[in-house]
Ligand binder design. Structure first.
Ligand SMILES: [Fe+2]
Ligand SMILES: [Fe+2]
Length: 490
């Protein structure tokens, strides 16, 4: 049950010993009662569905071995979280505690205590999204993207190194915090069990997850079966082998841990059009619209695919934000550890469905950038349109934005892309494969894909900085160095 709560306003006076107000005849008001609980450090703690007026705090367990927290207190003053903010958690069938904090002010930092203490520590805070269509006060929205990062579930430290590199870059670029954290699927190898989500996500990114809302998408490894499942329903989630890292989730929840762990906006809770399913969704953050598609389950069934495609068209038609980014797992143009000319006997059929049926919609309906993973490599395309066939059908002269020399424009320097392309249309997209968030493996025989400007087997993350007129997307390596970037203006 979620108690009704009294909103805490940005400038609200919540001092322990009362507040004075020169416009008020009562110079001394009553002391403000504080939350009286004890802060608990959960085993997993993360933020979901951050909007301009609300956020979901979700957790499980107590890292110190004591009782699990049952409520959250929050407020704009870290040292004084008012009792009126205390909100009880609901507990899900698979043992997560969840609280919706609502009535918040836009673009405002709040502090919180899981367990309902009267003060928070500096590690527990979040900043609400700007009002719809607006820029944040600092003028910039910063987005961190990781793909195929879930290797800690199989014993590799490399996802941690990728995060360190990304954070080093963030620090060097004005130290502005990450506003949005996107994951491109294969977030928890090998089989996307609950325990593997713990090892590969909650144990690897605790600082980021307690301060930044996470928005994921479904990869093939989220469906168990060592990533080779071709089934179309979450109810078919299954693992291969003895389940050393856990198995399906217990009834009555879905057997698919991804859907139980994440609380995603199926009903347009964060802007965007309601999809009716947590498998795919959209949301707004300030002036940015983001869509997460399901390229693993819904896309494999003709009826479900048609439903998702129509929802995408309707969502993008209703979208009025300055910038639009789409994320999904299966990349349309890759010659990394997966080959976008090869459907792998059906396992990689979604690569073809994305390319043939979805890229035309991205291009016609104003999408600016698309991010996928699956191939354990970084590959970034030119600014393209109309490439729905195999790699041999790519024709730079007709499909790419061209520079003054009639060569494909790079997106760099004086070849920066413009949202309205030279033909006067907003009909092109930059496609990036960023499946290099935890491992880089091999290239395919056709490497590099001709539609890609930059292709490299190098670990890293993507950081996007965006305001109302300029977007810059950077590929950052484990040392914090930028190996590729492009700029788009509008
Ligand atoms: Fe992967
Ligand atoms: Fe994958």
């Amino acid at each position: 049950m979620i108690k009704p709560i009294i909103p805490v306003l940005a400038g609200a006076c919540v001092l322990l010993f009362g507040c004075s107000d020169s416009n008020d005849n009562n110079n001394i008001s009553d002391p403000v009662a504080l939350c009286a609980g004890t802060q608990v450090q959960p085993v997993r703690l993360f933020l979901q569905q951050l909007t301009s007026e609300s956020v979901i705090v979700k957790w499980r367990g107590n890292a110190d071995g004591g009782a699990e927290a049952t409520s959250v207190c929050f407020g704009a003053d870290m040292a004084a979280l008012p009792a009126s903010s205390e909100t009880d958690a609901t507990v899900t069938a698979t043992g997560h505690s969840e609280v919706l904090l609502s009535g918040l002010e836009p673009d405002t930092t709040y502090y919180y205590s899981v367990g309902g203490a009267g003060a928070a520590d500096a590690a527990h805070h979040f900043r609400t999204a700007p009002a719809a269509g607006e820029l944040p006060a600092d003028g910039n929205t910063r987005i961190l993207i990781l793909g195929d990062s879930g290797v800690a579930g199989k014993g590799s430290p490399d996802a941690g190194f990728v995060l360190e590199g990304g954070m080093k870059y963030v620090k060097n670029q004005g130290d502005e915090p990450v506003d949005l954290f996107l994951m491109l699927g294969d977030n928890a190898y090998n089989q996307g069990t609950d325990m593997e989500h713990q090892l590969a996500i909650f144990d690897v990114y605790p600082d980021l997850l307690s301060t930044t809302s996470l928005w994921p998408t479904i990869g093939n490894h989220e469906m168990g079966s060592f990533g080779i499942s071709t089934t179309t329903s979450p109810n078919d989630y299954a693992i291969i082998g003895d389940g050393a890292n856990g198995g399906p989730d217990p009834a009555p929840d879905s057997p698919m841990p991804y859907l139980n762990i994440f609380t995603l906006p199926a009903n347009g809770e964060a802007g965007g059009l309601a999809s009716g399913t947590e498998q795919y969704y959209s949301f707004d953050h300030g002036n940015v619209h983001i869509v997460s598609l399901d390229s693993q389950l819904a896309i494999r069934d003709a009826d479900s695919r048609a439903t998702m495609l129509q929802w995408l068209k309707d969502d993008l038609t209703a979208n009025t934000m300055d910038w639009t980014i789409v994320i999904f797992h299966h990349p349309p143009y890759t010659m990394g550890s997966h080959d976008s000319d090869n459907d792998l006997g059906g396992i990689d059929q979604p690569i073809f469905a994305i390319r043939e049926e979805f890229t035309p919609v991205f291009e016609e309906y104003g999408v600016d950038l698309a991010y996928a993973g699956h191939s354990h490599i970084y590959e970034r395309s030119y600014y393209i349109n109309g490439h729905t066939g195999l790699s041999a059908t790519y024709n730079a002269a007709t499909m790419a934005e061209l520079n003054d020399s009639n060569l494909p424009a790079t997106g760099q320097g004086d070849e920066a892309y413009t949202q309205i392309a030279r033909n006067g249309m907003d009909d092109k997209v930059v496609y990036t494969v960023a499946g290099n968030g935890g491992q880089v493996t091999v290239t395919s025989p056709g490497f590099p894909h001709p539609a890609n400007f930059f292709s490299e087997l190098e670990l890293g993350s993507v950081v996007i900085d965006v305001n109302d007129s300029r977007l810059e997307a950077s590929f950052v390596d484990v040392d914090g160095a930028v190996l590729d970037s492009f700029v788009m203006t509008r």
